[in-house]
Design a protein around this ligand. Structure first.
Ligand SMILES: [Zn+2]
Length: 147
């Protein structure tokens, strides 16, 4: 489905999300830089992908792997924004709720699909820092700064 219906509002919102993602990406890159020999601090755009690839080849600690996988997710989200596919569930294709995206800007699955996936592979889940508690009710369209 083409995204021609993207409104000015939506574009503005995407800008904010993108900003948030880039900010978080910088944080992660700085932290990773401190802990590895892979130069990440001043990389941008596609170079981040290269940095991630090098990092994934490195023998990194468990802790760092969490950071790297978050970085990966952020890169994916940024690419989906570029392609105009941001906010669509990878599994069922439905819109991901605004509140969920607010809480987890790089969410790839809607809450329903995410919970289904979690039930299937509970043992392998690493809960992302920005993940929202399962009991939280997601209301479509509600916009509140969650801070
Ligand atoms: Zn879904």
């Amino acid at each position: 489905m083409p995204l021609e219906e993207v409104t000015y509002q939506m574009a503005k919102k995407l800008d904010k999300i993108k900003e948030k993602l880039l900010e978080r990406r910088n944080e992660l890159l700085t932290r990773i830089q401190e802990l590895t020999s892979v130069p990440t601090q001043s990389v941008s755009g596609d170079k981040v992908d290269q940095a991630i690839a090098s990092l994934e080849r490195e023998d990194t600690s468990m802790h760092l792997q969490v950071e790297i996988s978050e970085l990966h997710d952020i890169q994916d989200a940024l690419k989906r924004i570029e392609r105009g596919e941001y906010g669509k569930c990878e599994s069922c294709g439905k819109r991901i709720g605004a509140a969920r995206l607010e809480a987890l800007p790089y969410a790839m699955l809607c809450l329903q699909c995410k919970q289904m996936e979690e039930n299937e592979s509970e043992a392998f889940q690493t809960r992302a820092r920005w993940e929202i508690p399962e009991e939280t009710t997601i209301e479509e369209g509600e916009e509140e700064e969650a801070d």
